[in-house]
Each structure stands twice: as structure tokens, then as C-alpha cells.
Design a protein around this ligand. Structure first.
Ligand code: C5P
Length: 397
């Protein structure tokens, strides 16, 4: 599983750094290519010579020497995974706030790959409110934080804060690469954002959807090896790279784009907040101010998810969203059946921090057997991973 994988290890100043020699040895044995960068403090705990001998690569620990500059951007792009182990309190705090005063933090900020963190610190530092906050912050950026263990600590005390063992880190890396490939060869279509239904040349009916959930899902699928098509309504946010995108305005345009793509799709996720009604007759000129009331006639838009459900073949997986304000579970199950979807992802406007515009979401997933999986409030990146894990399990069952 780790053969030919490119692992970049970032070592911080902590007594647990001596274990990295064992980790490097195990990784090289597994066939991985290992490069190592260190913070200046780490070099006091284990020498660059030890780690370069074991990894068979030069170990870097400074941004520049008298005559050369370490290209942190290229290093960050080179790796399949960056593993920062041991992660000290100091480097954690820098990562949480975007500080960048040494090679390791510069590479971290430039890394486009998955980043895993193996913290190591004394129990009191581990339990400090600042550390807890910083850990939550780096998790919300999409980094994977490995658990710390209870046991003997460098201070002589016994408690929580021991770094994960090298063998355990190898298992995490193996699991990551296995999961990372879980959608290899799959074609995924995801819709995101609102639709705008024009009233006249200057006005429209829209909604508050930001498209963040759909885009997080698209990135998650792409990271797991799928070919992704993102069909999106008007969104402010930058579109995720390395995927095909189609920009639409109205429900009808989204319907047309979805229908065209559906036949060749393995997994279709309707995360867009599609308008249910559109103006029956769009005025060609700006509607003038009238007396007290103005009536507009609205027509129902096509229900894309329902139509896809009617066309769905056995091998295709169809996922819809349900944003509810009341009778959430009943409505979600009703929707699952009515639209012949395989999964409905429920998010309730009753939950603080969930739904439109937020960077976080709280979901419950319903499947066809009416199983229901509830999740905590998490970043939309983490929510996307939970959704795709659930779907992947079905594919690989
Ligand atoms: O019926 P309701 O609009 O609540 O269902 C929500 C789900 O249906 C979402 O997945 C949404 O993307 C999809 N939908 C659709 N076409 C519409 C309206 C909603 O595909 N016209």
C-alpha cells in the first residue's frame, strides 16, 4: 500500500523525535520514498545525519543557506502525504494561525496534499484550552490529527500526551491511501449553490445557498480518485481546481446540464438549492413600480432529483439533500422514497451553525433501508468526508 508513495515528514522539537528514526526505517522498508524536514529545535533531539542516512535523502531544516533557498512550494507539492511528527505545541499554534517562520511551517502552508499530525506534549500542555482550540482549528482545515496516548511522559509524570507509535502511524498512512483510492475510476456529478430565476432584466428569485457544501463534496470525491463534474449555480466562492465545471443560472439550465451528464455517471449528488418555482413570463423590460400590490405568476420548476430517480439504473447511486425546518426525519424519509434516492442528507435549520452560508454543518444520513446515521456539528470538509465514507462503504460492500 505504501510502495512508491511520497511521504514528507516534518519533525518538531520534542523528545519523541527519536522515534522518527524507527518510523523512517519502517516506511523505507514498505517501499515509500521519504523526505524529511525539521524545525531548528528538532535538530537538538535527533540529528539530520541520522535521518538523512535512514531516508537516503538530504534532510532540510532551514529556509535558506548562504547560497541556496529551499523551495518549500515544490516540497509541499511533491508529497502524497505530509506527516508532522512529533507535532509540538509551538508548531501547532503556528499552524493554527498561519505563522510561517521556518521551513517546516512554510512547507505546511504550501502543502497541497493531505496533512497528518501526531502531537506529542506533556499532559498539562495537551489539556490547555489554547491547545484544544488550536487542535480543533487545524482539524477544521482538513488535517487529520492522530490520537495521543496515555503513559509515561518526558517530564517523568504519567498522563495523556504521548505521540502515536511509529507502527500506528504506518497504519494511519495505509488506511489513508486505501480510502484515498476508494473512488478511483468513478464518475461523480455534484450540483452546488443556488439557482437564480429571472423576473426581469435586473431582478431574480434566489436563495442563500453559498455552494460550500457541494464544493467540499466535489473536492472530497476528486481527492479519492473520482472524475468529478461540478454543475453550479451563481456562487461567490472560488471553484475547486482539477475538475470540470459547468456554470448555470436557472433550475431549467441545471436540469438540462444534469440530464445530459446522468447516463455516464456512477454517483450523482444533488447538493444544489434549486428554486422550486420560476416566473411564468419573464418581462423583457424592467417592471415599473406599481400601486400597492404586484402579482407575479410562478410555475413549478422541474424536480431534477425526482427525474434522476426515475431514470436511475441499478449501478447508479443517487444522493439528495433535505433542508428542513420542521418534522425533519419524516420529511427526509418521505423525500427518499418520493425521489427514489439512495441517500438523503438531512440538515435542519433548527441546528445552530448548520446549513446555508456556514462553514460547518450538522447532518443525518438516511439510506433506503431507513437506517439513519447522525453526525455532530463539523466543518463542511469533514461532513463531506462522512458522506463519502458512507457511500464508499456501499460501493465496496
Ligand atoms: O423537495 P426538496 O426541494 O426539498 O428536495 C431537496 C432535494 O431535491 C435537493 O437534493 C435538491 O438539490 C433537489 N431538488 C431538485 N430539483 C428541484 C428542487 C430540489 O433536484 N427543483
Amino acid at each position: 500500500m505504501l510502495r512508491n508513495k511520497k511521504i514528507l515528514i516534518g519533525v518538531c522539537g520534542s523528545i519523541a523525535a527519536y522515534k522518527i528514526a524507527v518510523l523512517v526505517r519502517l516506511l523505507v522498508k514498505e517501499g515509500a520514498t521519504v523526505k524529511i524536514i525539521m524545525t531548528p529545535a528538532a535538530t537538538a533531539f535527533v540529528t539530520p545525519l541520522t535521518l538523512s542516512t535512514l531516508s537516503k535523502n538530504e534532510v532540510l531544516y532551514s529556509l535558506a543557506t548562504d547560497s541556496s533557498w529551499a523551495n518549500h512550494v515544490l516540497l509541499g507539492r511533491w508529497a502524497d502525504v505530509m506527516l508532522i511528527a512529533p507535532l509540538s505545541c509551538n508548531t501547532l499554534a503556528k499552524m493554527a494561525h498561519g505563522l510561517c517562520d521556518n521551513l517546516l511551517t512554510a512547507v505546511y502552508l504550501s502543502a497541497t496534499c493531505k496533512v497528518m499530525l501526531a502531537p506529542a506534549m506533556d499532559e498539562d500542555m495537551w489539556h490547555h484550552a489554547t491547545t484544544k482550540d488550536n487542535i480543533e482549528k487545524v482539524k477544521s482545515f482538513g488535517n487529520l490529527v492522530l490520537p495521543v496516548h496515555h503513559g509515561e511522559l518526558a517530564s517523568g509524570l504519567t498522563g495523556e500526551g504521548r505521540m502515536a507509535e511509529p507502527e500506528e502511524m504506518i497504519t494511519y498512512l495505509q488506511q489513508y491511501f486505501q480510502q484515498n483510492n476508494s473512488l478511483a475510476g468513478k464518475k461523480v456529478v455534484i450540483t452546488a449553490g443556488p439557482t437564480y430565476e429571472p423576473i426581469d432584466p435586473v431582478r431574480f428569485i434566489g436563495n442563500h445557498s453559498s455552494g460550500k457544501m457541494g464544493m467540499a463534496l466535489a473536492e472530497e470525491c476528486r481527492n479519492r480518485g473520482a472524475t468529478v463534474l461540478l454543475i453550479h449555480g451563481p456562487v461567490q466562492q472560488a471553484l475547486p481546481p482539477h475538475m470540470k465545471t459547468i456554470s448555470v443560472q436557472t433550475a431549467q439550465q441545471m436540469y438540462d446540464a444534469c440530464m445530459q451528464a446522468f447516463d455516464h455517471t456512477d454517483i450523482f449528488i444533488m447538493a444544489a438549492a434549486v428554486a422550486d418555482y420560476a416566473i411564468a413570463e419573464i418581462s423583457g423590460t424592467k417592471i415599473k413600480k406599481q400601486e400597492n400590490e404586484l402579482s407575479l405568476t410562478l410555475h413549478k420548476t422541474p424536480d431534477i432529483l425526482k427525474q434522476l430517480g426515475a431514470l436511475k439504473k441499478n449501478h447508479q447511486i443517487l444522493v439528495g439533500f433535505a433542508l428542513e425546518t420542521d418534522h425533519e426525519k419524516e420529511n427526509a424519509i418521505k423525500k427518499l422514497k418520493l425521489k427514489n434516492a439512495d441517500y438523503i442528507i438531512l440538515n435542519s435549520l433548527q441546528d445552530k451553525g448548520a446549513g446555508f452560508g456556514h462553514d460547518s454543518n450538522k447532518i443525518t444520513i438516511f439510506d433506503k433501508a431507513e437506517n439513519c446515521f447522525e453526525f455532530d456539528l463539523k466543518s463542511k470538509k469533514e461532513v463531506a468526508a462522512d458522506i463519502i465514507n458512507t457511500i464508499s462503504k456501499k460501493i465496496h460492500a
